[in-house]
Design a protein around this ligand. Structure first.
Ligand code: HXC
Ligand code: NAP
Length: 281
């Protein structure tokens, strides 16, 4: 079976994360929900947060169908008190966090000269400050479990991409936060790594940077000639949080079908056409 036809299935042992708790910021949709679903199918209990309680409730139903115990409490990662309350609720119902996934993020395409001061700050606040808030608040729980953190970043953290003057610095900051925490929290047994997804199909992130009509153009520029799938990010996260990765910390794992090898030139020309054709959402 080719990788592109592979179904959402476990290759790792089904009980790998039994007795473990995963907390995912932005876990109500997309890649982050894909990660939560992978851990649920490997036996973990799942905590999720996001701003929309309705979205979290829908996600929680699906996670429970996979057999997971779930805590789903709305919280904006920019507001430490909200996040603290969500993590307290999770701790009280499903136990201390073994794995924290910092996945909440915001994105839109905009020319640097049109990016408002608040637009820049908003993305820095959600992606970078939100990742620090989550890590800082989860620390006491992670210290008790000798757990690990996965930060979800993006190619923009390492390569400049047009119309991403807010996302690039935000995600680059998250990459450095990951390394700082790996350094400081390693002595507590806490590991800290990041995942850099490439273009992942059927996600809000893709819908914000391209139209479906352009999907073929994207695929032509990816060496593996397909987009990634959310469960493939989930499987990589499961690996990084498993005993297989017990000595891995401070590392960034690209999961992009080799897309970064060709740089951001294609993204830049595609984005110019998409931005010119789209109305602001
Ligand atoms: C220009 C925009 C804009 C747009 C918002 N702003 N959308 N500027 N173009 N399309 C500006 C607003 O005018 C405002 O500035 C400031 O940003 C804050 O906007 P709000 O709507 O008040 O912010 P908020 O309600 O907090 O929402 C945050 C958001 C929103 C990021 C703007 O889009 C959101 O909630 N996104 C979450 C979902 C998401 O983005 N998912 C994709 C993640 S993918 P002013 O100056 O007017 O006050 C990703 C990487 C993908 O992160 C990588 C792909 C390879
Ligand atoms: P998504 O479904 O929009 O995921 C973002 C999630 O974050 C949503 O569930 C959203 O829920 C939540 N969120 C946003 N702002 C928040 C806030 N202030 N507080 C709490 N939660 C917040 O998009 P996605 O494409 O799957 O992206 C998921 C992650 O992958 C992001 O970190 C993104 O940068 C990264 N990524 C995506 C791609 C891709 O191809 N899609 C590529 C590279 C990296 P609410 O709106 O309910 O809050």
């Amino acid at each position: 079976m080719s990788a592109s036809k592979s179904v959402e299935q476990n290759i790792l042992p089904n009980d790998l994360f039994v007795g473990k708790t995963i907390f995912v910021t932005g876990g109500g949709s997309g890649i982050n929900l894909g990660i939560a679903r992978t851990f649920a199918s490997l036996g973990a209990s799942i905590g999720i947060c996001g701003r929309s309680q309705e979205r979290l409730d829908t996600a929680a139903t699906g996670l429970r169908e996979l057999g997971a115990k779930v805590s789903a409490t709305s919280a904006d990662v920019r507001v430490p008190e909200h996040l603290q309350a969500a993590m307290n609720a999770s701790r009280d119902t499903i136990g201390d966090i073994d794995v924290l996934v910092c996945g909440a993020a915001g994105n839109f395409l905009v020319q640097g000269e049109n990016l408002s001061f608040n637009g820049f700050k908003t993305v820095i606040d959600i992606d970078l400050v939100g990742s620090f808030n989550a890590s800082r608040i989860a620390f006491e729980q992670l210290k008790r479990t000798r757990g690990s953190i996965i930060f979800i970043t993006a190619p923009m953290a390492h390569l400049p991409h047009a119309y991403q003057a807010h996302v690039g610095p935000a995600k680059a900051g998250v990459e450095m936060l990951m390394k700082n925490l790996a350094l400081e929290w390693g002595p507590y047994g806490i590991r800290s790594n990041s995942i850099i997804p490439g273009f992942i199909e059927d996600t809000e992130g893709m819908r914000r940077i391209s139209s479906e009509a352009n999907t073929g153009n994207f695929i032509q520029n990816i060496p593996l000639r397909r987009m990634g799938m959310t469960h493939e990010i989930g499987q990589a996260a499961a690996f990084l949080c498993s005993p297989l990765a017990a000595y891995i910390t401070g590392t960034s794992l690209w999961i992009d079908g080799g897309q970064a090898l060709s740089g951001s030139g294609f993204f830049n020309s595609n984005s110019a056409a998409f931005l010119a054709s789209s109305t602001r959402t």
